[in-house]
Design a protein around this ligand. Structure first.
Ligand SMILES: Nc1nc2c(ncn2[C@@H]2O[C@H](COP(=O)(O)OP(=O)(O)OP(=O)(O)O)[C@@H](O)[C@H]2O)c(=O)[nH]1
Ligand SMILES: [Mg+2]
Length: 511
């Protein structure tokens, strides 16, 4: 029954947060200032999907669609690093397609053991031990752990079969699977007996291939009649489509030719996922099986329509699933078509089945976008690293904020802000549009000498280049003024007591 088979679920996945790093100072008798010894935070666990050949349904995710991996543990003093959060591995059936919330395919999971990271855990923050350097001997801050990825993904099971049996309800599709393979699907004389695809393995000579029936289709299936076209996702990967036609039906208005046209019409309405490879459904090999030839009238009808179907260029088999006639020919013929399709795919140098979302490669740089907000220009810094650094910063700690400023500065953010026209007090945003951190820009972060020009050049000697000497001098003074202005402002704030050190630790900071 359908209750133990689920082939489409929306899953909310969340990677664990990285543990925070810790700022701590080593203490020992007679050695009051033993240096920084804060450990790093552990990495958050990731949520990972893995193909498990034992798994056949997405049912368990239907029941509990929220899955999160554990957080990393925070670091501790005495150089103890926090433990990493364990990865959460979710078994999924072979042939599971992963899509994002917009329906883009992120991964096509084919092959036992194949994995896909659905939500990466956050990095742990560095402790002050790791942040110490010859210049910064005793950092009084640590970096925060980063949040884990979080998103809604859709899992769709698209059965992996070579041959799909399609047709009206009660045409005998499941009966064929049962006599051609060892599978034992439910068979009955009422429509929609089959609610989920049944998969069987057929052996024909030295060839083995898989065959699947699909719940019956009726006119209007594309508008949701009957079970609809929902289950056609299971034929998307099948290279050979077999029309199973009931030649013994007594329903008015039905005959093999029009049955076939109806099903073809419905197939044409179905929108398949292009990127899963293979030809469009309309171009796949079709075979017609005229079933129930054990019934005399049915055999007569089958023999009558066979030439017409062949005239359309279709390969036709007259069989009886009940009397087991015509089955050997059919299975060997299907084997040939499957073989052919497999060769074709190989010849096309099998475009790798796995489609994995290309991760943004831009991990080095950043760019600045000037945006208009209300009546002021704001400057948005876009880039993987600046965004990450902001997430790692504990804004209640001045030293940590200073460290962030140093990092941004080393990346050249300050220079670029000047070039983009930012002035002291300009609003600068870093991070994603919906969750940006807002700064009032205070350009105090570099020394005057570094602003003279690229290292190794001297404005007094340099007469060439694009900017004239006068322009550079003017630029230099503009920056100096900006720096002075901002310094004065900071001084004033400090005197006004706006700045308090949250956790005054006695450290010898000769930074
Ligand atoms: N006489 C005769 N009856 C058959 C033959 N094949 C199937 N049937 C009967 O047709 C009825 C429907 O068969 P199923 O195999 O369940 O048909 P189906 O196409 O899977 O139907 P749905 O799952 O409802 O779409 C059953 O009563 C079968 O016994 C055949 O070759 N000859
Ligand atoms: Mg069936």
């Amino acid at each position: 029954m359908a209750t133990n088979f689920v082939d489409r679920v929306v899953l909310h996945v969340r990677g664990g947060h990285g543990g925070h790093g810790v700022a701590s100072v080593h203490r020992e008798k007679f050695k009051p200032l033993g240096g920084p010894d804060g450990g790093n935070g552990g990495k958050g666990g990731s949520v990972i999907l893995q193909v498990d050949p034992q798994s056949t349904t997405l049912l368990e995710y239907h029941h509990s669609p929220l899955r999160s991996a554990p957080n990393g543990r925070p670091g501790a003093g005495d150089e103890r690093n926090g433990a990493d959060g364990a990865d959460l591995v979710l078994p999924v059936p072979e042939g599971t397609v992963v899509k994002d919330s917009r329906g883009e395919i992120l991964a096509d999971l084919v092959g036992a053991g194949r994995t896909f990271v659905a939500a990466a855990g956050g990095r742990g923050g560095l402790g002050n031990k790791a942040l110490a350097s010859p210049r910064r001997k005793a950092p009084g801050f640590a970096l925060l752990g980063e949040p884990g990825d979080e998103s809604d993904i859709t899992l769709e099971l698209k059965t992996l079969a070579d041959v799909a049996l399609i047709g009206y309800p009660s045409a005998g599709k499941s009966s064929l699977v049962s006599v051609m393979s060892a599978a034992k699907p439910k068979i009955a004389d009422y429509p929609f007996t089959t609610l989920v695809p049944n998969l069987g393995v057929v052996t024909a000579g030295s060839m083995r291939y898989t065959i699947a029936d699909v719940p019956g289709l009726i006119p209007g299936a594309s508008q949701g009649k009957g079970l609809g076209l929902e289950f056609l996702r299971h034929v998307e990967r099948c290279s050979v489509l077999v029309h199973v036609v009931d030649c013994a039906t007594l329903e008015p208005g039905r005959d093999p030719m029009s049955d076939l046209d109806v099903i073809e019409q419905e197939l044409a309405e179905y929108v398949a996922d292009e990127s899963l490879g293979g030809k469009p459904l309309a171009e796949r090999t079709r075979i017609v099986v005229l079933n129930k030839a054990d019934v005399p009238d049915a055999l007569e009808l089958a023999e009558m329509v066979k030439p017409d179907l062949e005239a359309r260029g279709l390969e036709v088999h007259i069989v009886s699933a009940v009397a087991h006639t015509g089955l050997k020919d059919l299975s060997f013929s299907l084997a040939r078509h499957v073989q052919h399709a497999r060769e074709e795919i190989e010849a096309a140098i099998a475009p790798q089945r796995i489609v994995v979302r290309p991760k943004a490669v831009d991990d080095s740089g950043f760019s600045i976008r000037k945006e208009r907000q209300g009546d002021e220009d704001v400057f948005r810094i876009v880039g993987e690293r600046p965004t990450r650094w902001v997430r790692q910063t504990d804004f209640t700690n001045d030293e940590a904020v200073g460290y962030l400023a140093d990092r941004l500065n080393r990346l050249g953010v300050e220079d670029e802000l000047f070039k983009a026209g930012a002035v002291p007090g300009s609003t600068v945003l870093i991070g994603p549009a919906d969750n940006a951190v807002v700064f009032d820009w205070e350009p105090t972060l570099t020394t005057g000498a570094e602003l003279l020009g690229p290292r190794g050049t001297d404005l007094r000697l340099d007469d060439g280049g694009r900017a004239t000497r006068a322009e550079k001098r003017e630029e230099f003074h503009r920056r100096k003024d900006a720096q002075r202005e901002a310094r004065e402002e900071l001084d004033a704030e400090r005197k006004a007591g706006l700045w308090t050190d949250r956790d005054p630790v006695e450290i010898d900071g000769d930074d």
